[in-house]
Design a protein around this ligand. Structure first.
Ligand SMILES: C[S@@+](CC[C@H](N)C(=O)[O-])C[C@H]1O[C@@H](n2cnc3c(N)ncnc32)[C@H](O)[C@@H]1O
Length: 243
């Protein structure tokens, strides 16, 4: 299944997802499943870290994380239908929490309360709907707020740098690394990867370095690893100068 095709305008709306999840048994994972992304996750997120999955849907990704040793995975989704189903399904999994919440307003979470935020297809959904730029900016601002300094936002998307970098850079002060994974990996492909998953791709402002590395329109999913810069710059230099 792909985003970005004809009937995607409602992807930012709770009613659309409620209807869809009422009909769909699941589990279903957009783009990629946990096992294909786990080497990257393990690179950036130690298993004792507190993780928030935004727009978790009925994906098995979070279960995969806890099977792999992650001990505190909080999931939110705008659809009450899917949240209720997941709460029931995982009632015996204390490492997994499911809460109905809009990623554009996560005021129930304290500022700086997560080490990592994972987004697989949710920013993409907001970008398909109406008021897309405003909604995406609100969500990214909230993601930046709930993360600790040096926390990571991992965005898994079909969006190439030309359509994502500016949005990301405008939302928060990040250090951004770009990784890619072949789309075929989502179908269990183990073939030759165009680019090693765990090696970041050189990233310049316009994204032309990515084209140089991968060619035009590569068949990949993009993974933006955004590391939140310190909100308060340390005053150490100043203090040292005064000593
Ligand atoms: C494309 S699906 C991805 C689901 C899951 N992350 C996966 O990888 O399979 C997008 C999900 O985002 C949720 N969603 C859409 N808008 C949202 C919002 N404003 N806040 C929280 N979740 C939202 C939808 O209900 C849906 O479950």
């Amino acid at each position: 299944m792909t985003l970005g095709t004809s009937t995607t305008q409602a992807y930012g709306e709770a009613w659309y997802w409620d209807n869809r999840y009422a009909q769909e048994a699941g589990p279903f994972d957009w783009y990629q499943k946990y096992p294909s992304l786990s080497p990257l996750l393990r690179l950036y997120v130690p298993s004792h870290h507190r993780v928030l999955v935004v727009g978790s849907g009925n994906s098995a990704f979070s279960e995969g994380m806890t099977d792999d040793g992650y001990g505190d995975v909080v999931n939110i989704d705008i659809s009450s239908v899917v949240i209720e189903a997941m709460q029931k399904k995982y009632s015996n999994h204390p490492q997994l929490k499911y809460i109905k919440m809009d990623a554009r307003d996560m005021s129930a979470f304290q500022t700086g309360s997560f080490d990592a935020v994972i987004d697989k297809g949710t920013l993409d959904s907001l970008l398909c709907g109406s008021n897309s730029q405003i909604n995406a900016a609100k969500m990214l601002e909230e993601v930046g707020r709930v993360l600790k300094d040096k926390g990571v936002y991992i965005l898994i998307t079909y969006g190439a740098p030309i359509s994502r970098l500016r949005l990301l850079r405008d939302s928060c002060s990040w250090t951004i690394k770009l990784h890619v994974i072949d789309k075929l990996m989502s179908e269990g492909g183990s073939g030759h990867q165009k680019w090693e998953l765990t090696s970041p791709i050189p990233l310049d402002d316009g994204g032309s370095s990515v084209e140089a590395a991968l060619g035009k329109n590569p068949d990949v999913h993009y993974i933006y690893v955004c590391i939140k810069e310190n909100s308060l710059r340390p005053s150490l230099d100043h203090e040292t100068a005064m000593d």
